[in-house]
Design a protein around this ligand. Structure first.
Ligand code: HEC
Length: 342
């Protein structure tokens, strides 16, 4: 059994867990590097203490002082943890889970987090779920917060516990929705992705490739067309032998007739269109015309919305993007503005 499944199955017993998150901040990275260097010297001094008799006391003292001074910086390699920090989500970030999370969110969470999840119409900025740092919280920690609520250090409740009110499955779906909502808002606001966001899987009917879901298209570049199909559809030659497969995700209103140039059409109702609309940053869940590119690892890369302007239809730009996602891995911004207090 891989370590991650073992950790997922048992409660985490410590109030902190090892994490490299703090290293995203250059200043904290410098502190940790200095501490590691100092510990290196401390070990060197101890070695000297064992080998050079005359220097023994001085070397041991120097090692102790170094270790003592730098130990707090090594604390930066740990972050607060919850008993479910390492729990993995059972949902697979599927479109169906995102869509069902959205339905529950609308009734249960909107009073405080606002219709668009940005806190507007709710409790304001503290309840904005659209800040990029959400993705730095492991899903297990979000699960803990939603299950057990969030309190001020003095015990005042900020958010109620939903453990007895919502099933475990529902709480995981809410997390999928919050992450999708967040990714949509972040890409819309800053252009880049807040994390490696896997393309939610949906059922497909394909004509020219053998695939039954989006996940079956791993190893290929995938273009997802959300909403009305654009005509004509620019074709893109394979890049490094990687073919571009085009998937149409109709808005659910129109009957999905076969369209020339389209390799696959989504099946299974409106969940797929809804989930991808949220990922495109549609605040109210309306299906907006948009296009996504998914890289051969199944990670969402480019997103264009119709109102982004001309790039949307430029075949040269499309080719350039396909080339990028087939040859370069995703880079993530630091999202360093983590300033909340629990
Ligand atoms: C009574 C108001 C209230 C309700 C209802 C509520 N929340 Fe919250 N929630 C808050 C507040 C306030 C915070 C910010 C706490 C803090 O400052 O750390 C928060 C924080 C969160 C966070 C952590 C955000 C972060 O920045 O780390 C998540 C995730 C979250 N809520 C999800 C939900 C979900 C999902 C629901 C619906 C099941 C929900 N909340 C319902 C008030 C509420």
């Amino acid at each position: 059994m891989p370590l991650s499944s073992v950790l997922s199955a048992m409660p985490w017993p410590f109030p902190v867990r090892p994490s490299l998150d703090n290293l995203a901040d250059p200043e904290l990275r410098r502190l940790v590097a200095m501490a590691l260097l100092a510990f290196g010297f401390a070990i060197l001094f101890l070695t000297i203490a064992f080998t050079v008799r005359r220097a023994r006391i001085a070397a041991v003292l120097a090692a102790l002082v170094l270790a003592f001074l730098q130990a707090p910086s090594l604390g930066l390699l740990f972050v607060p943890a919850t008993p479910t920090s390492f729990r993995q989500s059972p949902t697979g970030f599927s479109a169906a889970s995102i869509a069902s999370g959205r339905t529950v969110f609308a009734t249960t969470c909107v009073p405080c987090h606002g219709k668009a999840g940005d806190g507007v119409g709710g409790l304001g900025q503290v309840t904005d779920l659209r800040r990029p740092h959400i993705w730095t919280h492991p899903v297990g920690d979000l699960f803990w917060d939603i299950s057990h609520g969030i309190n001020e250090p003095d015990g005042t409740a900020l958010m109620p516990a939903f453990e007895t009110m919502l099933s475990e499955q529902t709480r995981w779906s809410l997390i999928d929705y919050v992450r999708a909502l967040n990714a949509g808002a972040v890409t819309r606001g800053r252009g880049g992705w807040p994390a490696r966001v896997l393309a939610p899987s949906i059922a497909l009917t394909c004509a020219s490739v053998v695939a039954h879901t989006i996940a079956d298209l791993r190893g290929k570049a995938v273009r997802v067309i959300l909403g009305a199909p654009p005509v004509p559809l620019a074709s893109v030659p394979p890049v490094n032998g990687i073919a571009l497969v085009t998937v149409w995700l109709p808005d659910g209103q129109t009957e999905a007739a076969p369209v020339p140039g389209m390799d696959c059409v989504a099946q299974g109702g409106t969940d797929g269109a809804l989930a991808y609309a949220v990922l495109a940053g549609s605040a109210d869940g309306q299906v907006i015309p948009a296009r996504f590119l998914i890289d051969p690892e199944g990670v969402l890369r480019s997103v264009w919305r119709k109102d982004d302007g001309d790039e949307w239809a430029d075949p040269g730009r499309l080719l350039e993007e396909v080339r990028t996602i087939c040859t370069e891995p995703l880079t993530i911004g630091t999202g360093a503005e983590h300033e909340h207090h629990h």
